[in-house]
Design a protein around this ligand. Structure first.
Ligand code: FE
Ligand code: FE
Ligand code: ZN
Length: 277
């Protein structure tokens, strides 16, 4: 069965988010752990989480994915900014244990001119400081478009981070179709080769989630502007090949397309229609 959902607002709590997922016939979902710009997270209410977990069980919602605020920069040259990223992610990982066994995705960061090596060193220092042996959450590095000084636009960079994290079992990768296309990986004409490259460099066993997005821009543009499914340069046919690819088809897919709930509902229905059981 296709596991597909989209990014949903978490501002009204877990149960409200679960109800939104049910409404649009999603069987998974992604959410921000707090305001995407950072800031303080709302206190978690155990009862709200319990109702969400019961609803999820009833409705078959699983493998939810949390997304870190996208303004965090663990690779910054500024120690204060790195400290903020570390404290925020450490707090998020404590919160994730309320819904154990899921994934937490983050943007590796931007090295802002210090160079990829220095940036990667800072990212790994942070991960080695906050990962806990007993945690039940897998932390995912997102593949990036390589915009500006973003780290993670090349599979090799993600591999290097994974190599330098001590608690390797707690780490994985989330593949964003818009980002890798913008990063120069041709998922339209050479999906097999791109996945073979991913396997050779990172290992497909590390791939835990897919962000399914079309892109407004051409391959290699390094722009990171998402488009609705079938309305961008990747196109519906290529995205249908992604959800049906033997090494991807059992992963959870999360839409991050520019949509309101009804638009997401339509995309989910469309993709289910094209999915081969
Ligand atoms: Fe992201
Ligand atoms: Fe993404
Ligand atoms: Zn993006």
């Amino acid at each position: 069965m296709l596991t597909i959902g989209c990014h949903l607002s978490s501002s009204k709590g877990y149960e409200a988010m679960g109800k939104d997922a049910v409404k649009i016939h999603a069987n998974t979902l992604q959410f921000f752990t707090r305001n995407p710009r950072g800031g303080k997270a709302k206190a978690i209410e155990q009862k709200d989480v319990d109702r969400f977990l019961a609803l999820s069980q009833e409705e078959g919602i699983n493998r939810i994915l949390a997304h870190a605020p996208y303004t965090l920069n663990a690779a910054s040259a500024d120690p204060g900014i790195r400290e903020f990223a570390k404290n925020t992610m450490a707090d998020d990982l404590v919160r994730m244990e309320y819904t154990p066994g899921n994934c937490y995705n983050f943007h590796p960061g931007s090295h802002v001119g210090q160079g990829v090596e220095t940036g990667i060193t800072y990212i790994c220092e942070m991960l080695n400081a906050i990962l806990e042996p007993k945690q039940q959450t897998t932390v995912l590095l997102e593949t990036m478009a390589g915009k500006g000084s973003e780290i993670g636009g090349k599979f090799e960079e993600l591999r290097e981070i994974l190599d330098r994290v001590e608690l390797k079992d707690h780490m994985g990768v989330c593949l964003d179709t818009c980002h890798i296309w913008d990063g120069g990986y041709d998922v339209v004409n050479h999906l097999d080769e791109v996945l073979t490259e991913f396997d050779n460099i990172i290992g497909l066993d590390k791939l835990k989630a897919v962000h399914l997005n079309d892109s407004l821009n051409e391959m290699g543009s390094h722009k990171d502007r998402h488009a609705r499914i079938g309305e961008g340069k990747i196109g519906l046919d290529a995205l249908v090949r992604v959800i049906n690819h033997p090494v991807l088809k059992n992963l959870p897919f999360y839409l991050e397309t520019p949509n309101e709930l009804d638009g997401y509902q339509q995309e989910i229905a469309l993709l289910r229609e094209h999915y081969q059981e």
